[in-house]
Design a protein around this ligand. Structure first.
Ligand SMILES: O=C([C@H](O)CO)[C@H](O)[C@H](O)COP(=O)(O)O
Length: 210
């Protein structure tokens, strides 16, 4: 099981500052969608240059032009790029094809997918690397989480790794771990803590024991 730190509400210097503090406890650093909107793919490039040993995920949430957008993210230094599960199969196929050319990976985010099990099985068959259940900020504000969704997709995803994101905190991590995802994605559960290092270290400990 791997731990991904999601960075969303910071600029490039802020992202570098946080990663410097917690790098030893994480496997993957995510340049979140809000950072990409604010700073562009320069943020991916800056983080990859600053932390070459870390796997960098670009959370582009691609909805169209899968091949082209994955190519640009990979050129900037991304190792994993996200595509939306609600996008067309052709978009996902294009993304997968492009990523495979350079040995990079595609994570499909099932945010807002209605029939989770059916779509998870479909995208799995398209050869994606990760299938991720996700309660976004707006759903979190309504008190929702994706813990049950993870259990649902685990029964149908056969080839890809499974991932979960959305509002995971230290207090809820043990419940998430019980469902055995391959990748746990945490943003505010680390960056919102007064002692980010301690939160990341404890999360690392729990994830490593799983
Ligand atoms: O993808 C995300 C969200 O849509 C904003 O871009 C977050 O990175 C993801 O939800 C993880 O962050 P937390 O919910 O703060 O753990």
């Amino acid at each position: 099981m791997k731990l991904q730190l999601a960075l969303d509400l910071v600029d490039i210097p802020g992202a570098i500052e946080i990663v410097t503090e917690v790098a030893e406890y994480i496997d993957i650093v995510e340049i979140g969608t809000p950072i990409v909107i604010n700073e562009g793919l320069h943020a991916v490039k800056a983080i990859k240059e600053a932390f070459p040993a870390l796997t960098v995920l670009a959370d582009l949430k691609i909805m169209d032009a899968g091949g082209y957008e994955v190519m640009k993210a990979v050129e900037a230094g991304a190792d994993i790029v996200t595509v939306l599960g609600v996008s067309d199969d052709s978009t996902i196929k294009g993304a997968v094809e492009e990523a495979k050319k350079t040995g990079k990976a595609v994570l499909v985010d099932l945010i807002n997918v209605k029939d989770l099990k059916a779509r998870a099985a479909e995208v799995d068959a398209l050869g994606v690397d990760y299938v991720c259940v996700h309660s976004g900020y707006d759903h979190q504000a309504e008190g929702k989480n994706s813990f049950a969704d993870l259990k649902a997709i685990k029964s149908v995803v056969k080839q890809a790794k499974t991932a979960i994101a959305g509002g995971i905190k230290l207090s809820t991590l043990p419940e998430v771990i019980l469902a055995q995802p391959d990748l746990v994605i945490v943003g505010g559960g680390i960056t919102g803590e007064a002692d980010m290092k301690a939160a990341a270290a404890e999360m690392r400990r729990l994830v490593s024991q799983a």
